[in-house]
Write a protein that binds this ligand. Structure first.
Ligand code: FBP
Length: 545
């Protein structure tokens, strides 16, 4: 594989490990745990993996470990650092016994079901250390939830002598990891399942998980690009840039990028919902800032938009909830064309929701009514909210111009940052964090655990002081409506409006709106002073302050 000079230099970076993982470990157990809600139902559904204690690794005595084989799966959207989770797991497994083997299932959970895999070797792994992407084995969004998939999986796991499977994924994939752990435990199949918190969206976090891996690098990459745009915008002074940012439902990415770059406007979906803002309310909010900057001769600016915004406008949220149920009806499954699907939806939703549906621009309405991803989520990355909002802002400004309350110029540029950041080479933070998560997973396996997520805490401190351990996945679960049915799922973390990151943003946004006080973060640095190279996200720093 041809490599750039940076890649060659970066390959020799040795990621840091928490002190506790640098030698033999012992597992220290905490008290039994409960799920975050719906305790009785979750306990009934996960009798073998419910209530287990949180585990923390501390320095222990060396023991002899028989060789054992492990499988790994990359599930869902790419996130920087996935290759380091795999190299950390590989090194961890080999350090316990060099005869142990690591297998990778190809193209996501589907590789387990279809028996497509590779065996990792030193040479193979070394090609991918500290690189971005998931291309080492590929990823996929096949949902592991059917008994026949679990049974097909056990065949290949037995054939390869695999005693544990590590699933790297977001909230949905880790929910499925837990379902699989429970199934194999109930059947006494002797295969452990360990999860690992991945997603650039940053929405897989809670009291135990400080952040999902990839969030750090993706936000730093987007913030570099936003900073570059802001410098361009402040130089030419003629465009308003509408920038949509990935993140699914949660606005963590938009908020973090705002904290890093100080744009003129950043919408936070969770706040839009709390304030029960309408689409027109959101448009008016942006247009007022455009007009007040124009009054000072500043006909330029930046607007950050979380990709899930549309789902949080209360009337649209209600519409989506009904659309989800309608699309989950058995008759909806056989509709072949988009036209048939739209006609079906129109004839099955309530009059109120139909009115909201028809009031939306037709491209947005169609997108809301068409295919969900395999986990039942609206594919918000396909909805061009940045164009929708700028079109509506332009229209409002025209009206104000006619009324004489606005006399500026408004010209918009549009951007969508998502795929640009998902495969970036991991920052030092993500390189170390991911390697530690993978290495730590090998210790959870050796400790005989199943249904646990690998966790590394205290990550705002130097890596040596990070705390390693495991958290039962059932502890993060509650019941939610998915595809028309109540299901046990890991609770998604949305932006907390009483949390320190949002409060900091809210305290500064008026100043950022009116004055031009952009910050230009520049590219991620790997070598140099620690305050440049080793900082975590502003979100995490504020949360841990
Ligand atoms: P995960 O939740 O699987 O980590 O995916 C993150 C994400 O990048 C979202 O931000 C985005 O909405 C979605 O994936 C896009 O999906 P796809 O890669 O299928 O286009």
């Amino acid at each position: 594989m041809e490599k750039s000079a940076l890649q060659i230099a970066r390959a020799s970076y040795q990621p840091k490990l928490p002190k506790a993982l640098q030698g033999p470990v012992k597992a220290v157990e905490g008290a039994p745990t409960q799920s975050v809600d719906n305790q009785d139902e979750i306990q009934r559904m996960f009798p073998n993996t419910y209530g287990m204690p949180v585990i923390r690794f501390e320095a222990g005595n060396a023991t002899v470990c028989e060789p054992f084989n492990v499988g790994i799966i990359l599930s869902g959207g790419q996130a920087p650092g996935g290759h380091n989770v795999i190299s950390g797991l590989y090194d961890g497994v080999k350090s316990l016994n060099p005869k142990s083997k690591l297998y990778g299932f190809l193209m996501g959970p589907g590789g387990l079901v279809d028996h497509k895999y590779v065996e990792f070797t030193d040479a193979f792994i070394n090609e991918y250390r500290n690189t971005g992407g998931f291309d080492i084995i590929g990823s996929g969004r096949t949902k592991l939830e059917e008994e026949n998939q679990f049974e097909s999986g056990i065949q290949i796991l037995r054939e390869l002598g695999i005693k544990a499977l590590v699933i790297i994924g977001g909230d949905d994939s880790n929910t499925n990891a837990c379902v699989l752990a429970e199934y194999y435990a109930a059947k006494n199949y002797g295969v452990q399942v360990i999860g690992c918190p991945k997603t650039i969206d940053g929405d897989l976090k809670n009291e135990q998980i400080e952040t999902s891996f990839g969030f750090d690098t993706a936000c730093k990459t987007y913030s570099e690009l936003i900073g570059n745009i802001q410098r361009d915008c402040n130089s030419a002074r003629k465009y308003w840039h509408f920038i949509k940012l990935m993140g699914r439902s949660a606005s963590h990415i938009a908020l973090e990028c705002a904290l890093q770059t100080q744009p003129n406007v950043c919408l936070i979906s969770e706040e839009v919902e709390q304030k029960e803002m309408s689409l027109d309310g959101v448009v008016t909010y942006i247009a007022k800032i455009v007009a007040s900057r124009a009054a000072e001769g500043n006909n330029f600016g930046t607007v950050l938009i979380p990709e899930g915004l549309i789902e949080f406008i209360p009337a649209i949220k209600k519409l989506i909830a009904e659309l989800n149920d309608v699309l989950a009806l058995p008759e909806a499954k056989s509709l072949a064309s988009a036209e048939e699907q739209l006609a079906f939806v129109r004839s099955h939703i309530s009059a109120d929701n139909l009115a909201v549906f028809e009031s939306l621009p037709s491209d947005v309405a169609s997108q809301l009514a068409l295919d969900r991803d395999p986990h039942g989520n609206v594919q918000v990355s396909l909805i061009e909210t940045e164009k929708l909002l700028s079109r509506m802002v332009a229209k409002k400004l025209q009206t104000w111009k006619k009324e004489g309350s606005y006399s500026g110029k408004f010209s918009a540029q549009h951007h969508f940052f998502g795929y640009e950041g998902r495969c970036a080479a991991p920052s030092n933070y993500d390189a170390d964090y991911c390697y530690s998560l993978g290495f730590n997973a090998s210790r959870l396996i050796a400790a005989g655990r199943t249904g646990y997520m690998s966790v590394i805490q205290n990550t705002t401190a130097p890596a040596a002081e990070w705390v390693a351990g495991g958290v039962p996945i059932t502890m993060m679960m509650n019941m939610e409506r998915r595809n028309g049915r109540m299901k046990p799922v890991i609770r998604k973390a949305l932006v907390e409006l009483d949390g320190a990151p949002f409060k900091f943003f809210a305290a500064h946004r008026e100043e950022w709106a009116q004055k031009t006080c952009y910050v230009y973060p520049g590219p991620i640095q790997y070598w140099g002073p620690s305050e440049v190279c080793d900082q975590c996200t502003k979100t995490l720093a504020l949360e841990k302050k």
